[in-house]
Write a protein that binds this ligand. Structure first.
Ligand SMILES: Cc1ncc(COP(=O)(O)O)c(C=O)c1O
Length: 368
């Protein structure tokens, strides 16, 4: 059987490689110094793409979350509610601000935050809620938004895995006070290294993020807040500008291939992340849920199929958070998902032959 890779970075640039290298040459020749013209252009283009007023390029998706929480004044004594099944960075960002993360378990069908458990997790100390549009599926925002209005907490969307996803035509990242994105190489929109962005509709808050990403500096030698140095690099902006116009097409292709997988695997003892008619899932990851996940993973890997587990240990059981007192059994759905989910390779440039190789591999595992 032919090997099937998870990424093909050359395919992402396609015929644009020479133009990208020429723009990079210009950046290198000016020493990466001077006005961040590529970053500014990318910020404007990304904001337009999302239908947002402001996009601020930053160093990583993790820093995007830290800066968004910091700009909202999150700190010691505050609680931030997020979902139990997320990547480490969502929860780490809360801790890095000195606040207490509070987890709400996931739903078995959507693999996203359970609204009832989320509502039950709110307290008078809840300052922010972070819905995570995990695997590229938008978290329903209506209930969260109305609870936000009633309780007075802010919403910071973790859209690191969901560039371009929509609910009723509106892009995720534009529902909350802030939307945070990652451009890590694994993402649907990837730089050639690390990158991230914070999106907002509020001019003052955009200014605050711009201050925080650059040592609290508003102009040279004037530092107004204590903050790190976390800017998006010009070279990364060049790559992102070349890829952004292709993103909607890639996401459409991801949806098409995900539908092909589902049709071809429908009769097997697997389940899939639920899809709602009003949403546009962008399938950052295509997850199958299997009671025999580990054996299926080993079988596919032996065939050269680059399947992978995201994430085998739920955040509440990570050693980094041992001090928070979370116990095994506390978030049972997140724990089951960590045991049963498996990502099949999904790239927008996959050939029919590669899709067939994956489908045949999974079917062969089940003897079909
Ligand atoms: C859900 C989620 N949040 C946050 C991040 C952090 O992004 P980064 O790796 O760019 O720091 C990631 C990406 O890895 C992610 O998947």
């Amino acid at each position: 059987m032919r090997p099937v890779a998870r990424y093909d970075f050359a395919a992402q640039l396609g015929g644009d490689l020479e133009a990208v290298l020429e723009s990079m040459r210009q950046v290198v020749l000016r020493g990466g110094h001077g006005p961040d013209a590529e970053v500014a252009a990318f910020e404007a283009e990304f904001a337009t793409f999302l239908g947002a007023r402001y996009a601020c390029g930053v160093n990583t998706g993790t820093d995007a979350l830290v800066m968004a929480l910091g700009a909202l004044g999150v700190g010691s004594g505050d609680e931030v509610v997020t979902q139990a099944n997320t990547f480490h960075a969502t929860v780490a960002a809360v801790c890095l601000c000195g606040a207490r993360p509070v987890l709400a378990d996931a739903r078995d069908d959507t693999f996203l935050m359970d609204e009832e458990r989320f509502a039950a997790a709110l307290t008078p100390r809840t300052k922010v809620v972070i819905p995570v549009h995990l695997f590229g599926k938008p978290t329903p925002m209506q209930r969260i938004s109305s609870l936000s209005a009633a309780h007075g907490f802010a919403i910071v969307e973790d859209a690191a895995q969901a560039h371009g996803a929509r609910i009723d035509g509106q892009r995720v990242g534009t529902f909350g006070t802030f939307g945070c994105f990652s451009f890590h190489p694994s993402k649907n929109l990837a730089s050639a290294g690390d990158g991230g962005a914070v999106v907002t509709q509020d001019a003052e808050l955009a200014l605050e993020i711009r201050r925080r990403r650059a040592l609290g500096q508003v102009r040279q030698n004037v530092h107004e807040v204590v903050s790190g140095n976390s800017r998006l690099h010009e070279l990364q902006a060049v790559v992102l500008r070349a890829k952004l116009p292709k993103l909607d097409g890639w996401n459409a292709k991801r949806r098409e291939l995900a539908a092909t997988y589902r049709d071809a695997l429908d009769d097997l003892p697997l389940s899939f992340q639920a899809i709602e008619p009003q949403e546009e899932h962008v399938f950052h990851l295509f997850q199958v849920r299997s009671g025999e996940r580990d054996a299926l993973l080993t079988y596919l890997q032996r065939l050269g199929i680059d399947a992978v587990v995201r994430y085998p240990t739920p955040v509440h059981l990570q050693p980094a958070f041992a001090g928070l007192g979370w116990q095994r059994g506390e978030f049972p759905v997140a724990e089951r998902l960590a045991e049963e989910l498996l990502c099949l390779p999904l790239r927008p440039d996959m050939s029919d032959g590669e899709i067939s190789a994956v489908v045949e591999g999974v079917r062969a595992f089940y003897g079909r």
